[in-house]
Ligand binder design. Structure first.
Ligand code: FAD
Length: 470
């Protein structure tokens, strides 16, 4: 009987345990993507990027003698429909770990099993399933370094090649047209500009990993904090949609380490930060919605941020590092890690705006949006998370510029104003912005939204006041 391979965030043929399990049944495979309400609710850029990934993956499948079936609706209802139409006896998928997906998948598993369907969920998204990493007392890890020490010597599952062909059913189920899902509908900005900055698909991701390990990893450690240098792997986008496995990054990174390549161990540590984020989300899902540490609940973050939030979103705060980064985000759907920390600090400290507004904007704009890493990142910077940066460590965006963009390379890439011949990256921002923003590269640079010293003092006063009260 056919097996349904329910594809979610695993748009790849290699290192895919769900696909391996499907092949092991020996039956014909129906790769199925369901555009269910949870995907419909994705932010604008993630949804758009998922659409690009699906389009590419459908072609990949065709190259392997298979076909992607697309359906829209409640996931259980769709699965029942396709089971009925195809006579499938198995449903297999690769696990997700956010609370909504867990709830949906648990119910689906129960219901399908009750209908005599064999259901299997596999790993594949993570190297270390969150429940397999425990402290000595059997609890969760709340601090990264002990987590790293607990996992660094573990065996990581081996790599799996792509099958040459996927066995096909006698007849394919009917499929929707991807275009009808209108996955770019919520992109208020120029979607085709963002698409130009995306690296879509499994082959492109693997090439990028090779390039990174050949050309960049040696200087990864010293250079990774400089947003103007192409120093990092830029693979978060592909990890987010499962176009590459963390296992592959781990094994090839570990090989580079054995080959004596400097920086490789540091790279592995970063890949494990992502695992740590999932560990936190799985064991304490409230990290997605409220202060991880309750004692932050009384902190006077602004809950009605108005104009200041808009200027931050538009890259119009008057601070070059912040504005360059916010524009990079808007145009490319990505942002350098150091820049993420700086804009998050500026929003939650200098502007005293609640981190949830920043987190939501990232969720709308990032093509590498990942619920676990995004929530951990925001709460880390804001100070409210586990293992967080202390609140009183407030980045000075101008000081950071001197340190991490001394030649102004990054800033020139993204800020057109004042440049006689700005690069396309900088003008793309204006081409991409919605009409309602009324921004032009000919404008003079925005005046600083807040005095840095005053903003810092205000934040520290609020911090000390709230500590005194708690
Ligand atoms: P590399 O330096 O090449 O690192 C390799 C991989 O390690 C990355 O692809 C990523 O999967 C992982 N990694 C590296 N740093 C981190 C980190 N700090 N936390 C978790 N994983 C990490 N990352 C996302 O993938 N999606 C998000 O939505 C996201 N939101 C963030 C929000 C904030 C406020 C902050 C401070 C960080 C956020 N990050 C997020 C983490 C980090 O900024 C990106 O993973 C990184 O910039 C991706 O670039 P890269 O692939 O070149 O990373």
């Amino acid at each position: 009987r056919p097996v349904i391979w329910w594809i979610r965030r695993d748009l790849r043929l290699r290192d895919n345990p769900a696909l391996t399990a499907a092949l092991e049944t020996g039956g014909p495979i129906i790769p199925l993507y369901i555009h269910d309400p949870q995907d419909e609710a994705l932010g604008a850029a993630p949804k758009f990027r998922l659409g690009l990934g699906l389009e590419r993956f459908a072609k990949t499948l065709e190259g392997h003698g298979s076909r992607l079936t697309l359906r829209k609706g409640d996931a259980l209802a769709v699965l029942r429909e396709v089971i009925k139409e195809s006579g499938a006896g198995h449903v297999i998928w690769s696990r997700l770990y956010d609370p909504e997906a867990i709830k949906r998948d648990t119910e689906i598993k129960e219901q399908l099993k009750a209908a005599d369907i064999t259901v299997k969920s596999t790993g594949g998204r993570l190297m270390f399933e969150p429940w397999t990493v425990e402290t000595k007392d059997g609890g969760m890890y709340k601090v990264y370094t002990p987590f790293w020490k607990a996992v660094r010597d573990r065996e990581v599952e081996g790599l799996i090649d792509a099958p040459a062909h996927l066995p096909k059913p006698d007849a394919w189920p009917a499929t929707d047209e991807l275009a009808d899902y209108n996955m770019s509908a919520a992109m208020r900005r120029g979607a085709e500009i963002v698409a130009g900055y995306c690296r879509v698909g499994e082959d492109a991701a693997l090439e990028q990993l090779d390039r990174f390990l050949e050309e960049r990893v040696a200087t990864y450690k010293p250079d990774r904090d400089f947003p103007g240098r192409a120093a990092t792997s830029e693979l978060s986008e592909n990890l987010a949609w499962g176009e590459i496995s963390p296992h592959r990054m781990w094994h090839l990174g570990a090989q580079a380490m054995r080959d004596g390549k400097q920086g490789a161990e540091h790279f592995l540590k970063e890949v494990v930060w992502r695992e740590f984020a999932y560990h936190l989300m799985y064991h304490s899902p409230h990290i997605l919605t409220r202060n991880w540490r309750e004692e932050w609940d009384g902190f006077p973050w602004q809950d009605d941020p108005g104009e200041a939030l808009l200027r931050w979103q538009q890259g119009q705060t008057g601070y070059d590092f912040v504005d360059a980064a916010m524009r990079e985000l808007y145009v490319t759907g990505k942002m350098h890690n150091r820049a993420r920390m700086i804009v998050a600090s500026f929003l939650t400290k200098h502007l005293m705006i609640h981190w949830k507004f920043g987190m939501q904007w990232f969720e709308d704009c990032l093509v590498d949006w990942d619920p676990a890493s995004n929530a951990m990142g925001w709460q880390w910077v804001a100070g409210s998370g586990p293992d967080a940066a202390p609140f009183f460590r407030i980045f000075n965006p101008d000081g950071q510029l001197d340190k991490f963009d001394p030649k102004g390379r990054y800033v020139r890439n993204w800020l057109a104003e004042g440049q006689s011949d700005p690069p396309q990256t900088a003008t793309d921002f204006f081409a991409a912005t919605p009409m309602s923003w009324e921004l032009s590269p000919k404008d003079t640079r925005a005046r600083p939204i807040i005095d840095l010293k005053r903003g810092r003092e205000r934040a520290l006063e609020a911090y000390h006041d709230s500590r005194d009260k708690s």
